[in-house]
Design a protein around this ligand. Structure first.
Ligand SMILES: Nc1ncnc2c1ncn2[C@@H]1O[C@H](COP(=O)(O)OP(=O)(O)OP(=O)(O)O)[C@@H](O)[C@H]1O
Ligand SMILES: [Mg+2]
Length: 402
C-alpha cells in the first residue's frame, strides 16, 4: 500500500498506474451479473486476465442466491435485466455486506437512473458500450478503495489499542435542522457518494465536509481543499491537475496536482460555482474516467480514486440556469445535497456555541486560575436576537474579541 502512489508512466496501460500487486488482485472477489452472454463473458475475461477472482451470473435470481452464500468485494451488475432488476440487486448486495463495492452497467445512461443508482449506494456507473481499459481503470479504482478502507480500519484499530484520542471535530448544535444535516452527513460518510453542501458564509460547510471525511473509509488518506474562487483560471488548472516541466514559464519541474494529492482520500471543491467552464469540463472527465492528464502532458499521468465534496454559499441552480455551471457536472456532484441552516434559523444553538467559544478562548488567552466568565442573560438575549450574516464564524470572532 505504501507505494500505491502514482508514477507518470509513458505508454503504460492506465490501470497499471494504480500499481495494485498480483497477490492483492488474486484476493479480490468479483461478481459479474448480466443477462447478455457476450458482454458478461468478455468482462469476466478482461478481469480474469487482470488477475482477479471472478464469478459470473446470468440471472438476477441466481445472483441473489450467490450473494447470500459468499461475500464479494466488487459486484458489477447490469441495471436493466428481466426478472430481478439491477437496483434490487444493488440493495441486496449492500444489505448483505455494506462494504461491497457495487458498480452498475447501463445501456441507457440517463442522468436520472445513473444518479439514482449512485444515491442508492453504487460506487460508480459504467455506460455501455465501454472499452476494456475503461473497465480495468474503474475496477482498479474500486479495488484501491477497498485497500484504503482496510488501511483505515487497521489504523483505527491501532489507535484504539493505544487508546489515542484522535482529535475528532467538535460540531456543536442541537437545533433539529442542524441535527438533520449532521445525520445526513453521518449516513453518507461511509459511502463514496458525492456530496454537495450549500449554506451561507461561515455556517460550517467546510467543517461538515471534514466530518464526512473523518467518518469515511478514506480517513487514513488526505482531505484536500481547493478554493475555486481564489485563483485565476490558469493557476487553478495547474493546481488541480498538476503540470509537466516546461508546460508554461515557471514550470521548472513536473508537479502533481491536488487531484493526485487527494488520491485515496477526499477532494473538497469549495466555491464550486466560481469554477471556470473550461476547468469544469476537465474535472467532469476526471470524475467520469478517473484519469488525470497534467497541464502540458501528452499522456495519462495518473489514475485517481477520489471522493468529491463540493460547497457553495451561492445559488447553484441559478448558476446552472444562467449557464455558468455545467448541468452534467452539477448532477454528478450533488448526488447527496446537504443544506447547512443559517445561524439565525437556529437561535437555540447560539448560547451553546457562544459558551463553547468563550471557554476555548478563555483557556487560550487568560492566565490559569482566573475565574471563568459567564455570559449574562442580557448578553445572551442580545446575541440570540442578532442576524449573524457571517454565521458561526462571525459569532466566533465576536466572542474572541470581547
Ligand atoms: N457547528 C459548529 N460547531 C463548532 N464550530 C463551528 C460550527 N460550525 C462552524 N464552526 C466554526 O465556524 C467557522 C466557520 O466554519 P466553516 O469554515 O466550516 O464555514 P463555511 O460555511 O465553510 O464558510 P465559508 O462559506 O465562508 O467558506 C470555523 O472556524 C468553524 O470551526
Ligand atoms: Mg468554507
Amino acid at each position: 500500500m505504501a507505494q500505491d502512489g502514482v508514477q507518470p508512466g509513458e505508454g503504460r496501460e492506465p490501470a497499471a498506474l494504480l500499481a495494485i500487486g498480483p497477490e492483492a488482485k488474486a484476493r479480490v472477489r468479483i461478481l459479474v451479473v448480466d443477462d447478455e452472454h457476450t458482454l458478461r463473458e468478455s468482462c469476466a475475461a478482461v478481469l480474469r486476465h487482470e488477475g482477479y477472482d471472478v464469478t459470473v451470473s446470468s440471472r438476477g435470481q441466481d445472483a441473489l442466491e450467490l450473494l447470500k452464500r459468499r461475500a464479494f468485494d466488487v459486484v458489477l451488475v447490469d441495471l436493466y435485466m428481466s426478472q430481478v432488476d439491477g437496483l434490487a440487486l444493488l440493495r441486496a448486495a449492500l444489505g448483505t455486506n455494506h462494504d461491497t463495492i457495487v458498480i452498475v452497467m447501463t445501456g441507457n445512461p440517463s442522468v436520472e437512473s445513473s444518479v439514482e443508482a449512485l444515491r442508492q449506494g453504487a460506487f460508480d456507473y459504467l455506460p455501455k458500450p465501454f472499452s476494456a481499459s475503461h473497465l480495468q481503470v474503474l475496477i482498479g479504482r474500486a479495488v484501491h478503495t477497498l485497500l484504503v478502507a482496510r488501511e483505515t480500519r487497521e489504523q483505527q484499530e491501532t489507535l484504539d489499542r493505544a487508546q489515542v484520542q484522535t482529535d475528532k471535530l467538535t460540531l456543536l448544535g442541537t437545533a433539529p435542522a442542524f441535527r438533520r444535516a449532521i445525520e445526513l452527513a453521518r449516513k453518507v460518510a461511509p459511502t463514496d457518494a458525492s456530496v454537495f453542501i450549500t449554506g451561507e458564509s461561515g455556517s460550517g460547510k467546510e467543517m461538515i465536509a471534514q466530518f464526512i471525511h473523518h467518518h469515511s473509509r478514506r480517513s487514513s488518506r488526505p482531505f484536500v481543499a481547493v478554493n475555486c474562487a481564489a485563483l485565476p483560471e490558469g493557476l487553478l488548472e495547474s493546481e488541480m491537475f498538476g503540470h509537466r516541466k516546461g508546460a508554461f514559464t515557471g514550470a521548472v519541474r513536473d508537479k502533481p496536482g491536488l487531484l493526485e494529492a487527494a488520491h485515496g482520500g477526499t477532494l473538497f471543491l469549495d466555491e464550486l460555482v466560481e469554477m471556470p467552464k473550461s476547468i469544469q469540463a476537465k474535472l467532469l472527465r476526471v470524475i467520469q474516467d478517473g484519469v488525470v492528464r497534467r497541464v502540458g502532458s501528452e499522456t495519462t499521468d495518473a489514475v485517481v480514486n477520489v471522493r468529491f465534496i463540493a460547497a457553495t454559499n451561492g445559488d447553484p441552480e441559478g448558476a446552472v440556469k444562467s449557464g455558468d455551471m455545467r448541468e452534467d457536472l452539477y448532477y454528478r456532484l450533488r448526488v447527496v445535497p446537504i443544506n447547512v441552516p443559517a445561524l439565525r434559523e437556529r437561535p437555540e444553538d447560539i448560547p451553546l456555541l457562544a459558551d463553547y467559544f468563550l471557554s476555548t478562548y478563555w483557556v487560550r488567552h487568560r492566565r490559569k486560575g482566573a475565574p471563568f466568565p459567564r455570559l449574562t442573560d442580557a448578553a445572551l438575549r442580545a446575541l440570540c436576537g442578532y442576524a449573524w450574516r457571517g454565521n458561526v464564524r462571525e459569532l466566533q470572532n465576536v466572542i474572541e474579541h470581547v
